[in-house]
Design a protein around this ligand. Structure first.
Ligand code: FES
Length: 131
């Protein structure tokens, strides 16, 4: 799968060096199929040794660690408003684009690269700089 996907990504972005830039150690994770992610219906999937919450918000896809760093609340069951998901346990909110907690900016959740083709969403791996 990866052998077929990487050339497609590189060609699509006009970047033959893309795979090397994304995974300089050559250990690219295999993409994980999520399936459909409708607006307002996040998915929680096991990927890369973690539970990952995948959201579609205002048409854009986002993926973050499902486990809230406060006390482990399931972010994939939280409400999304204004570009952030609110933890259902104690209401900390996390910016979907950056992973940073809005109430406690020194805290963040890991983010993941996500792509969609033919209506199928896939997780591609941890985002660069993701905590
Ligand atoms: S467990 Fe998420 S805010 Fe407390």
């Amino acid at each position: 799968m990866r052998a077929r996907l990487l050339p497609l990504l590189a060609a699509r972005h006009g970047r033959p060096d893309l795979a090397q830039l994304l995974w300089p150690d050559g250990a690219a994770p295999s993409p994980v199929v999520v399936g459909e992610v409708p607006e307002g219906a996040p998915r929680r999937v096991e990927a890369f040794g973690r539970t990952v919450a995948v959201f579609r918000h205002q048409g854009a896809l986002y993926a973050v660690d499902d486990t809230c760093p406060h006390r482990g609340g399931p972010l994939g069951r939280g409400e999304v408003t204004g570009g952030a998901v609110q933890c259902p346990l104690h209401a900390w909110s996390f910016d979907l684009a950056t992973g940073v907690c809005r109430e406690h900016p020194s805290v963040a959740v890991a983010r993941y690269r996500v792509a969609e083709a033919g209506g199928v969403v896939r997780l591609l791996g941890p985002a660069e700089g993701a905590g």
